[in-house]
Design a binder for this molecule. Structure first.
Ligand code: G4P
Length: 526
């Protein structure tokens, strides 16, 4: 098959949701449709239960699950779908952000009882940074939820994106009758089922037909007629181009656990969702159809087996064809790399592959050469953009509790940082090491894993820090002067980039005012 055909048949996306909205359930139903799994309950939730979050085995179990569910590939109607999993727990938000750099679109699940929740808002901000196209699935219609118009308004308001319903619910909760597909004008009557793969749908080109009253009752039929008239009047026609630009989100209503409304969404998804898109490097745009291979690492899983220091690097292919055993340019590294152990992920199985195409995610077995953000190419020296580190929210100083194990600690810290567990900043003065995270949980993970995997003991001392700001200036002399005069507050990130460690918001503001020629950045990419 030609490269262009391979590209055209791929869709790479993630499901994002606030925990409990139904991401795992929806994932499972999509896999059922793809024939990738046979039974309900096969997909394990990647949730860390807050009640058990101090249980370290739980975190380890979680890491095991998250390898299994990192990427789930399946075929549906001749389309190869790569579904990337995102961690539900907010403390792993950074992991989710990075995963979102590797997809071309997202499906966002919203609980119709709870509406737009905080994690959804944050994730949407990340999608907006890259204008990622979003399809919205409003879930749990079998429950007494909020008024659908109200929900749509809330999505528009809180997520700052226009919406266009493509299906419409008839009743809700106990009175839920089904959904009407506004696009192909079909009525899908609700019948609860865990496994249903096809539904008989009645076509209604004209909703004034009496048949409608017979099927859903007079009141519901009148309400639906009124709703449809209103929607068609209020919302402009759905425009795929606007969806692809990330301006309009088509909305579907359904109930994932009852496998209801999922089919409608999936069929629309494969029709409108983007095939692998072009990506920017620091110098130029790379088209998927370019003959030479390129890709970037967005996730690393290390030390799954305590007896072997092996890691799996997850690589998103951006252009050309990837071939096993072929040496590729590791742009940041000293020498080309060749991979003999390459896996692809089909549902929950991993299988060895010899070749892979743009949009595919492959797992590369690595002995420590790769880190997050690395680019591999078939020759060209270029680096993909869009995998920034964000300024963390919580900072703590690392205290080494066992001086005999300093080497192990440093190695462990380096590897965990390469895996993207947290960010390490090293102060210029005194080489103090500070870890920055988005959540408290990471400190516990780091402490536990350093002990388990590297036999090193650390503690963390809280630090009064507000932000880590990457600094730059077009005037090198001024930058040097700034670094000199603020040397107590200057640190380096993992790549040796200069970072200003600001103690408070007001102080940062003052420093910014006093040094107008210095630029302060809240992400590592600018
Ligand atoms: P998440 O991955 O987004 O965190 O959510 P998950 O799919 O685990 O779903 C969270 C809970 O919501 C689950 O219930 C699940 O069964 C339920 N759920 C998902 N879709 C629907 C739906 O359409 N209607 C209703 N009523 N519930 C739904 P749970 O009690 O936490 O777990 P379980 O024991 O039922 O699996």
């Amino acid at each position: 098959m030609s490269l262009n055909k391979e590209i055209a048949k791929r869709r790479t996306f993630a499901i994002i949701a606030h925990p409990d909205a139904g991401k795992t359930t929806l994932t499972e139903k999509l896999l059922l449709f793809g024939g990738a799994i046979q039974t309900a309950g096969a997909v394990k939730s990647n949730k860390i239960d807050t009640a058990t979050k101090s249980d370290w085995m739980e975190i380890e179990k979680q890491r095991g699950i998250s390898v299994a569910t990192s990427v789930m590939g399946f075929e549906y109607k001749d389309i190869k779908i790569n579904l990337l999993d995102t961690p539900g727990h907010q403390d792993f938000a950074e992991d989710t952000y990075r995963t979102l750099t590797a997809v071309d679109s997202v499906i966002m699940v919203i609980d119709c009882v709870k509406g737009v929740e905080i994690q959804t808002e944050k994730l949407m901000e990340v999608c907006r940074m890259r204008n990622t196209p979003v399809i919205c699935f409003i879930n749990k219609l079998d429950r007494e939820g909020r008024d659908p118009y109200e929900l749509l308004d809330e999505v528009e308001e809180k997520l700052n994106i226009q919406v266009r319903p493509l299906s419409w619910p008839i009743g809700m909760g106990k009175a839920f009758k089904g959904v009407y597909n506004l696009y192909d004008r079909k009525l899908n009557l609700f019948s609860p089922s865990q496994r249903k793969l096809s539904d008989d749908r009645a076509v209604f080109d004209d909703l004034s037909e009496d048949r409608l009253d017979e099927l859903i009752g007079r009141n519901n039929a009148d309400q639906l007629r009124e709703d449809v008239e209103l929607i068609e009047g209020v919302y402009p026609d759905f425009d795929t181009k606007e969806y692809l630009e990330g301006k309009v989100a088509p909305v579907f209503f359904g109930s994932a656990v009852n496998n209801f409304g999922v089919n409608e969404m999936l069929d629309t998804f494969i029709r409108i969702a983007p095939a692998p898109k072009s990506r920017n490097t620091e110098d130029r745009e790379v088209l998927p159809s370019e003959s030479k291979f390129s890709g970037f690492v967005f996730k690393i899983h290390a030390n799954m087996d305590p007896n072997h220091r092996n890691r799996i690097a997850f690589l998103r292919i951006c252009s050309g064809k990837f071939e096993r055993n072929k040496p590729y340019n590791h742009v940041r590294g000293p020498k080309p790399l060749r991979f003999s152990n390459v896996t692809q992920f089909m549902a929950q199985d991993r299988e060895m592959v010899d070749e892979a195409f743009p949009g595919d995610i492959i797992g590369l077995y690595d002995t420590g050469n790769l880190k997050i953000g690395d680019t591999l190419t078939d020759g060209e020296n270029m680096t993909f953009k869009g995998i920034p580190s964000f300024s963390p929210e919580i900072f703590k100083e690392v205290i080494n509790k066992d001086a005999m194990k300093t080497k192990q600690m440093e190695k462990g810290l380096k590897q965990l940082m390469e895996e993207g567990v947290a960010q390490l900043f090293t102060f210029d003065m005194g080489s103090r090491k500070v870890i920055g995270t988005v959540g408290q949980l990471q400190f516990e993970v780091i402490q536990f894993r350093l002990k388990q995997e590297y036999n090193a003991s650390v503690e963390f001392a809280p630090m009064q820090l507000y932000k880590a700001c990457w600094i730059s200036s077009s005037d090198k002399k001024k930058l040097d002067e700034f670094v000199q005069s603020k040397n107590r507050h200057i640190a380096r990130d993992k790549d040796g980039k200069l970072v200003f460690m600001a103690e408070s918001r007001s102080w940062l503001q003052m420093v910014q005012d006093n040094y107008p020629e210095i630029e302060f950045h809240f992400t590592s990419e600018f």
